[in-house]
Unconditional design. Structure first.
Lengths: 553, 319
């Protein structure tokens, strides 16, 4: 095997401002080789330096970064090249695919124009040649009716199609190496499966090497030949994918793999029968609920929920799962009183929310708590942690200043943070700590219903594991009911009593978590479950290079 | 689009109505009586009262307002008290000059901003950045009567290459090359602050735009940084820049008053300056209402063009 890309003693430092001394080390003396035609997964948690490594290969770091060490493409040294020389490499020999296809394409230019720009960056092409090549590339990544669709704009494509177009754009220069930075993280699970398929077949078709940067161990198991694990800028271990999953040398790798929440399998003990408590009045119930978002600019309103009926019982965790656009977050907004139902009924603690007057709604809202997906944006950056946690108390005029301070200390302790954190600002906390603060704030009023909208989606796997176990213990101790909204079936499996599966604004299936996830009745749930990439390289969809060539020596 | 325009009409009419009321009211608050100015210092109270009656100033305020509004709506603008003559013919004489001056400034300002903004945003040379920042700050800070006088001193007196004021003697349309010579200095003077604000806004928004993920996509595909600024990012910041331009047109209208005075350019700016000093109510009223009307129409136009530039609005579709 020959190495196409060789990284030796790569070190990347960042300074706070251009021209000042470096302060933080993002990558520390990293050695890494990418072999011709292989898929090498670079895994690690946020801040481990995996994305910085990828960007430094193409010289795409901001001017505050200082890079040292060697990055060789074949025999050519890339480290230290100026922008003009790197331009000959970018796209033509090494191309890159980014995380979020919603923003990775220029919103005001047609996709054909954007691919043409990538083509013309390296070759002189006539209009007709460029058109032909664009159609060929779009066809290669599976965009149907490419001749007409090339004139469309990014917003006219679905998320999965957009990621296909981003990949087509990356392939325009016919590169030897493709770097994919979290290529499926922003996608729904069924779309993720399609993009993984596409990457797999493109690799076989073009023979290019793929450097796959991801935090998703399922994606790694499904696609990678070899795995390199990074932590805090250093390489922890590198090896072929089966060794890493079945027999990792380092404790950190083992931690990373065991932290991945899993779906129930036949081997798990069958859970006890559903609780047969006497039926209690539900805390939140909707019947034939319809919810519309008003259309903008004279367009027809968008229907987000269409005839949904379900209820959350006291002390129960109801998981609401579905892909983006399924209406699961809209359901959460209805429950929080942020959106009024268009038709049907919705009741919180037995009080109907249809046509409810504002003071009455506020009284109901006093008994709910809400946790959002991204703690970095749901906490006010200019407020101390203590002020943020005390805000619900202040809004609903509970207690004196001293009582509130005491309650803040109590809540911080409940979410396993030191009381001294009350004086800190959100940016001084890690993502997991911030989300703990968000939970503390949501629990400040001692709610009967907690609405958690993707509370762990923005977190690293190991951090997610910690937050989920905190959630379970808080729920057991405080006994609140919870509407737990998530796209991640494995996460839902680990915390929920019952599961409601949503699809295109309708309820597809509902029942005890173990039953729904083990023996789904609807075909949609089955499809959803089958799309989850299993974190086990033995259970791969389709044959990989390894399987065809046998075990490497 | 037509439906959109029709929907905007009521709010347009309301803004103009409110503006007319405000203008009418504010003018009456200015101390000084046009009748006594017209009558001269030696006139007795009888003469002044007679003039007041003739001008309709002895009627109640609502009656005066109704009379004026009715006149405006039927393009019967009435006669000037003091400057003399029919207001609509006064407007006609100055309008051509002012329209030419402001549109020339607009062209200069946009051209300068579209060249300087991207250059400022994409340069990695510190000296050029400092130079552009300095020039920009000066251009924003210096008032028109200072830059105007400096320009006249430099290009009209010390280095006499351009006429230092006035309009072409044979009229604007007689010889375009002569008209351009007369126009160049006042138009540049009027354009400078607008060009500076616009260039600064463009540079700032381009810098922000350069951290967008689609820019990374294009960079990673090998497209040059310069091309990304001028072809990829610029189209994205144009709609909001256009809104800023529309708002800044107000400064252009205000600046025209100063610039026309400094350069003896006989346009509406000069007319309003004269009219204010002479307490010529009807002229001031009409000119203020006219500038509000121009401003409101320009806002509407920018909104329309804004929508046309963005395919997400133009074509609709998901998200």
């Amino acid at each position: 095997m020959t190495a196409v890309l060789t990284i030796e003693r790569l070190t990347v430092d960042f300074s706070a401002r251009r021209g000042t001394a470096p302060e933080t080390r993002a990558v520390d003396a990293l050695d890494l080789q990418l072999q011709a035609g292989e898929v090498l997964a670079l895994v690690g948690e946020s801040g481990s330096g995996k994305s910085v490594t990828a960007r430094s290969v193409l010289g795409l770091l901001p001017p505050t970064a200082t890079v040292s060490g060697s990055i060789r493409l074949g025999d050519q040294e890339l480290a230290g090249l100026d922008d003009g020389a790197l331009r000959q490499v970018r796209g033509a020999r090494i191309a890159m695919v980014f995380q979020d296809p919603a923003t990775a394409l220029n919103p005001v230019e047609s996709v054909g124009w954007q691919i043409t720009e990538a083509l013309r960056a390296h070759r002189r092409l006539s209009r007709a040649e460029a058109r032909e090549k664009v159609i060929e590339l779009l066809g290669l990544v599976g965009i149907e009716d490419a001749a007409a669709r090339r004139r469309s704009y990014p917003h006219q494509f679905s998320g999965g199609q957009r990621q296909r177009i981003v990949i087509a754009l990356a392939l325009a220069g016919d590169p030897e190496v493709l770097i994919a930075d979290e290529p499926t993280t922003a996608l729904d699970v069924t779309v993720q499966a399609e993009i993984l398929d596409l990457l797999r077949s493109l690799r076989a078709y073009t023979g290019m090497a793929l450097l796959l940067i991801t935090h998703n161990m399922g994606v790694v198991a499904q696609l990678a030949d070899r795995v390199a694990v990074m932590r805090a800028g250093r390489l922890v271990e590198v090896g072929d994918v089966r060794t890493i999953f079945e027999n990792p040398a380092e404790a950190y790798t083992r931690e990373l793999i065991t932290a991945v929440p899993r779906l129930p399998t036949g081997e798990d003990p069958v859970p006890a029968q559903e609780r047969t408590d006497p039926p209690l009045a539900p805390v939140f119930t909707v019947h034939d609920l319809v919810a519309d978002y008003p259309g903008r600019g004279g367009r027809a309103p968008q229907r987000a929920l269409n005839g949904v009926s379900l209820s959350v019982r006291p002390g129960e965790v109801l998981g609401v799962v579905g892909e983006s656009g399924s209406g699961k977050s809209t359901l959460g907004r209805i429950a929080a009183g942020l959106l009024r139902p268009t038709a049907g009924s919705a009741a919180l603690f037995g009080t109907s929310m249809v046509g409810i007057r504002r003071p009455h709604l506020r009284a109901l809202q006093r008994r709910i708590g809400v946790v959002y997906q991204d703690p970095a944006t749901s906490l006010d950056p200019l407020r101390t942690v203590g002020d943020s946690i005390a805000e619900p108390l202040a809004v609903h005029r509970r207690g004196t200043a001293a009582e509130r301070a005491a309650r803040v200390r109590e809540l911080l302790e409940a979410v396993a943070l030191p009381a001294s954190y009350a004086d800190r600002l959100p940016w001084q906390l890690s993502g997991g700590q911030q989300q703990r603060v968000a939970f503390a704030r949501a629990l400040a009023l001692g709610p009967d219903l907690l609405i958690a909208d993707e509370p762990t989606s923005a977190l690293d796997v190991s951090v997610q594991a910690g937050v989920l176990s905190l959630f379970r213990s808080l729920q057991a101790e405080l006994g609140f009911a919870c509407l737990f909204i998530s796209h991640d079936l494995a996460v839902v499996n680990s915390v929920c009593d019952r599961v409601a599966v949503m699809h295109a604004g309708r309820l597809t299936e509902e029942g005890p978590a173990a039953t729904v996830l083990r023996n789904p009745r609807s075909s949609y749930t089955r499809q959803l479950l089958a799309s989850v990439p299993e974190p086990d390289p033995r259970a791969r969809a389709g044959a990989s290079v390894l399987d065809r060539q046998g075990e490497p020596a | 689009m037509i439906r959109y325009l029709v929907r905007r009409l009521p709010s347009l009419a309301m803004v103009l109505g409110a503006a007319s009321l405000l203008i009418f009211g504010v003018i009456r608050l200015i101390p000084g009586d046009p009748a006594s100015i017209l009558a001269g210092p030696d006139a007795g109270p009888d003469t002044i009262a007679a003039i007041r009656h003739e001008l309709g100033l002895d009627q109640s305020l609502p009656a005066q307002y109704a009379h004026w509004l009715g006149g405006v709506l039927t393009w019967n603008l009435g006669r000037s008290y003091i400057i003399g003559g029919d207001i609509s013919s006064l407007l006609g004489a100055g309008a051509g000059n002012t329209v030419l001056l402001t549109s020339a400034s607009l062209v200069i300002a946009v051209a300068v901003a579209v060249i300087a903004g991207p250059l400022w945003a994409s340069t990695r040379r510190p000296w050029l950045e400092h130079l552009l920042t300095g020039v920009n700050t000066l251009a924003i800070a210096l008032p028109a009567f200072v830059t105007g006088v400096l320009l006249i001193l430099l290009l009209g007196v010390l280095l006499p290459v351009l006429p230092s004021g006035g309009v072409p003697p044979d009229g604007l349309l007689a010889d375009p090359t002569i008209t351009v010579q007369y126009l160049l200095m006042p138009a540049t003077c009027l354009a400078l602050p607008l060009a500076a604000v616009l260039a600064r806004y463009l540079a700032e928004s381009l810098r922000t735009e350069m951290s967008q993920p689609y820019v990374a996509t294009a960079l990673a595909a090998g497209v040059s940084r310069r091309r990304i600024v001028t072809r990829h990012a610029l189209r994205n910041v144009l709609p909001t820049s256009l809104t800023v331009l529309g708002l800044q047109i107000g400064t252009l209208l205000g600046g025209a008053v100063l610039v026309e005075t400094v350069f003896a350019w006989p346009g509406l700016g000069q007319l309003i300056e004269q009219a204010i000093i002479m307490r010529d109510y009807p002229v001031v009223q009409v000119l203020l209402l006219l500038s509000v009307g121009v401003f409101v129409v320009i806002q509407l136009l920018t909104d329309v063009v804004h929508a046309l530039l963005d395919p997400r609005i133009r074509l609709g579709g998901a998200r």
